[in-house]
Design a protein around this ligand. Structure first.
Ligand code: PSV
Ligand code: MN
Ligand code: MN
Length: 406
């Protein structure tokens, strides 16, 4: 049960919990087998920012938008214009995501490629991305590499590792004082024999070697099924190397489903580690008890309406974060010290079972927001209007749906 003290505890936890939404989550995306188009899906970066602004207005906790350099910037949409458009919609440009996987020259990889020209182009693109971050006032550059090989013997695994070390260090060298570099890992896909940055240990090592402003990015969908993600999070926290998250859920591989749709308890356990860390560093209200972690959404569902899916993920994240803040840390420590395993686990389960809806509603009320962002979105008519406007614009521009997001 949520008594007054627990309600306050949950509400305070939400105060510092901001979630970045991804520009690509508002456009038509799908699987490699096909896309099912949505009339309301964003056509261009301006639409994506408008949708992100709408989500922030409803949820009150999504002030920034991750951008993908290749998909969001062009001559017609330069960095300054994107930053201005974001501001107009009440959001700001968040993490900058270089694209090192779509160009033909990256057939054999980018930073790990045996082709020096491909490596040079990849580094140049990353340094350009760092500069874009400086221009738009974003302090995060987030790197994901599709690099790897598909067949045994295709390339030297060690040589590729060394190429990564060298180029990541060079990329880090381009950062300004306040910029951070996040290194994301993923076990497989698109590479199916070996992936260069396949797990958190490889990302950790590369980040450490790159320089003092590099950290590891944990995408919740990028693990083998049996992997204990909260343990990875706990270790990275303890080493002060956890830079951020990409939120999504999955049942099989990198499914990019909405957060907590398959396994909310796992997300709770991840958040539990973060609150536990804060407790051990002066308690939740102490300054710097929580390390700087970039909480970002990275989902690419094929069927759910884009904005509804985004609101679902954001509110699910808030709910599970608030629940994990309710674990009684002192009581848990007592159970742990005495080896009371059942009681220790029950302490977690009690928090997980607690209905935090009143806390979420109180937090929103305190910010003048509707109690239920999803209902407020449906009542707003935003999606219907976007569908109408965007269908008309597609016709005027002669755009085949899904053909261009630039
Ligand atoms: C790759 O699967 C990934 O999770 C990376 O974060 C990319 O930046 C993102 O998806 C979009 O392709
Ligand atoms: Mn990701
Ligand atoms: Mn992914």
């Amino acid at each position: 049960m949520l008594n007054d003290q627990l309600l306050e505890q949950a509400v305070r936890a939400l105060d510092h919990f901001e979630i970045e939404t991804p520009s690509w989550g508002y456009a038509d995306t799908g699987t490699r087998f096909g896309k099912f188009f949505q009339e309301a899906a964003a056509i261009d970066t301006a639409d994506k920012l408008a949708d992100a602004g709408h989500v922030h207005r409803l949820t009150g906790c999504c002030p920034s938008v991750a951008v993908h350099v290749l998909w969001d910037f062009s001559d017609a949409s330069p960095p300054a214009a994107v930053a201005e458009a974001a501001e107009q919609h009440g959001v700001r440009v968040g993490s900058i995501n270089p694209n090192l996987f779509q160009d033909q020259q990256y057939k054999l990889g980018s930073f790990g490629s045996p082709d020096p020209e491909a490596r040079e182009a990849a580094l140049e693109h990353c340094v350009d991305s760092v500069r874009i971050g400086q221009q738009v006032g974003s302090n995060l550059v987030s790197l994901w590499f599709a690099d790897g090989t598909n067949y045994p013997g295709q390339d030297s695994i060690r040589a590729r590792k060394q190429r990564f070390e060298k180029l990541l260090t060079e990329c880090h060298g381009a950062l300004s004082e306040d910029q951070m570099l996040l290194v994301e890992y993923k076990p497989f896909e698109p590479a199916f024999y070996h992936t260069d940055v396949a797990d958190w240990g490889m990302a950790y090592l590369l980040a450490k070697k790159a320089g003092s402003r590099a950290r590891v990015l944990v995408d919740t969908g990028h693990h083998y099924l049996a992997q204990n993600i909260e343990q990875i999070v706990a270790w990275l926290l303890d080493e002060r190397m956890l830079g951020g998250f990409h939120f999504n859920d999955r049942r099989y591989a990198d499914d990019d489903l909405t957060l907590g749709s398959i396994d909310p308890y796992q997300v709770f356990r991840i958040f539990n580690e973060i609150h536990a860390y804060a407790h051990d560093h002066g308690g939740p209200s102490a300054e710097n008890a929580y390390p700087e972690i970039a909480y970002m959404v990275d989902q690419s569902h094929n069927l759910k309406p884009k904005i509804e899916a985004m609101i679902q993920t954001v509110t699910m994240a808030q709910e599970l974060y608030a629940k994990a803040a309710l674990v009684d840390r002192d009581r848990l420590a007592g159970h742990q010290a005495a080896g009371r395993i059942v009681d220790a686990e029950e302490e977690l389960r009690r928090a997980f079972r607690t209905d935090v809806t009143p806390a979420l509603e109180a937090w929103r009320k305190g910010r003048g927001l509707a109690a239920c962002p999803l209902a407020a979105h449906r009542e707003s008519g935003y999606a219907e209007q976007a569908a109408k406007d965007r269908t008309r614009r597609r016709k005027e521009l002669g755009i085949t749906q899904g053909a261009s997001y630039a």
